[in-house]
Design a protein around this ligand. Structure first.
Ligand SMILES: *Cc1c(COP(=O)(O)O)cnc(C)c1O
Length: 485
């Protein structure tokens, strides 16, 4: 039997601090008192609070042990498709914590914020260069917020033409936030199905594009991990009827330095700095979803914009056509510092190489697993590949069982049941940082699990068995949560 990475040894039971505490234990020592005692204000000196008495080592061990129960991208592979949970070089964290950046106050005058403004100005230029677009606003706080910005820009554009439109075309392979963002702007989303190759057909777009349609929102690469090969033709159809093309660029990790988004017909695109450009995400931390536009949408970008004049950087508010402000101050600055550091440390060749490796790794996994897992679209993929549980479901083994069993093998499960266009989807995104050894181990785990699904489906229904808690009744956990441990 091959040795598994999964947990086998020290899994310590952890009591609550209240159960661990003993009256009289202390976690501090003060020097002998050499001043007179003053009684404390009774409002503060309460003894009716249920706070456990603990020593320092009790507290340190408790929290250190709890921290080891967490699994993150610093612990192991996190093959989370459609979300680019990639490992980010630690140097970018270090730059973001430099006191001049971390302590910069947004109310400081421009004269004292030249470095921060220069960083924002340069980052906008870099992102324009990487995407091929003309101008950028760093304001949106996350991907979906960038989409909202893009929809507002498209709305402002049509309004300026005196011709407001009411519909937006959204393919079934778009991210779920796309129709929500369109609807928030008052547009009616018009769904379009992808074809048997998992991409858009020009005929389907031509059939729905009309004079009341403001544009189309295309996730590219799409949520099946496939590149929209007819993108230019689709954009031409939309443009010919006066519409604009929105590109959801959250999957940029597949195409950095490879695709010129303007060239393929995109008018406005958002990026997820917290996916592609070195900010860890998940857990609800701050994000950043810059919008990148072509020349015709630039006048509408939100205020303020960072300008360079006579060698000085300043904030420009006087922009009559702007859609207004989307954030307090200038957006999430710490995320911008990480992206800036990432882009500079990688350089143009490094960014391109990262995308090439991300795509290579996903295709390697696809080829190594497609004989045992059903691959709905058997063609080269981008940075993620999508399987389904079709070959295992005959044995009553589902995607959920496979995902849970992966935990026993020491891997974080991939994205499951997304995208919705594939029933029982298993979406795997290894990212560029995983080495061949680790990817091979993951592939072996997936192959072993497929074997178990045939020979011992019961085992999979019970898994995970080696984790801190085994299979949960998820409905009960959601409805009757026990938060006390
Ligand atoms: C993650 C993602 C989004 C949404 O980004 P948030 O920062 O989570 O709002 C939009 N589109 C795609 C394709 C994504 O992967």
């Amino acid at each position: 039997m091959t040795e598994k990475m999964g947990t086998t040894g020290l899994i310590l039971k952890e009591k609550l601090l209240w159960e661990r505490g003993k009256t009289g234990r202390e976690g501090f020592s003060f020097p002998r008192q050499d001043v007179d005692q003053t009684p404390m204000d009774p409002e503060f000196a309460r003894d009716d609070l249920d706070i456990p008495d603990l020593s320092e080592v009790d507290v340190i061990r408790h929290f250190t042990r709890l921290s080891t129960w967490n699994f993150g991208v610093d612990t192991g592979m996190y093959p989370l498709g459609s979300c680019t949970m990639k490992y980010n070089p630690k140097t970018n964290e270090r730059q973001a914590s430099l006191p001049g950046f971390a302590g910069a106050h947004p109310l400081l005058p421009e004269s004292l914020s030249q470095g921060a403004l220069e960083l924002m100005y340069n980052l906008e230029r870099y992102l324009a260069e990487i995407t091929g677009m003309d101008a950028v606003s760093l304001q949106p706080a996350a991907g979906a917020h960038g989409e909202l910005a893009g929809m507002l820009l498209i709305y402002a554009y049509h309004k300026s033409k005196g011709n407001q439109r009411h519909k937006i075309i959204i393919p079934d392979t778009a991210h779920g936030t796309n129709p929500a963002s369109a609807a928030l702007c008052g547009y009616t989303p018009v769904p379009v199905k992808s074809n048997e190759r998992g991409v858009l057909s020009t005929e389907d777009i031509a059939a729905v594009m009309d004079d009341d349609t403001a544009g189309i929102m295309v996730t590219n690469p799409n949520t099946l991990g496939l590149f929209e090969e007819n993108m230019k033709e689709v954009a031409d159809i939309v443009h010919a009827k006066g519409g604009l093309v929105y590109g959801d660029g959250a999957n940029m990790n597949a195409v950095m330095g490879i695709i010129d988004m303007k060239e393929i017909g995109i008018d406005v695109l958002h990026l997820n700095l917290h996916k592609t450009f070195s900010t860890p995400h998940g857990g609800g931390g701050p994000g950043s979803g810059p919008v990148c536009v072509n020349k015709i949408l630039e006048p509408f970008l939100p205020v303020p914009r960072v300008e360079k004049k006579d060698g000085k950087f300043r904030l420009q508010y006087n922009r009559p056509d702007a859609i207004g402000r989307l954030m307090t101050f200038h957006g999430h600055f710490g995320i911008m510092v990480r992206a800036y550091s990432y882009i500079l440390s990688m350089g143009p060749d490094g960014l391109k190489k990262a995308s090439q490796l991300a795509v290579l790794n996903a295709n390697y996994i696809k080829e190594k697993l497609k004989d045992i897992y059903h691959l709905p679209f058997d063609r080269p993929c981008m940075h993620e590949c999508v399987f389904s549980d079709k070959h295992q479901s005959g044995n009553k083994v589902s995607t959920l069982d496979i995902a849970k069993r992966l935990l026993d093998y020491g891997f974080h499960p991939p994205t499951v049941y997304f995208p919705l266009v594939v029933s029982g989807a298993i979406m795997i995104e290894p990212t560029e940082t995983e080495c061949k050894d680790d990817i091979d181990q993951f592939i072996q785990a997936m192959r072993d699990i497929a074997g178990e699904a045939k020979e011992n489906p019961e085992l999979l229904h019970k898994s995970p068995e080696k984790t801190k808690v085994s299979r949960l009744d998820e409905a009960a956990a959601a409805r009757k949560p026990c938060l006390a441990g």
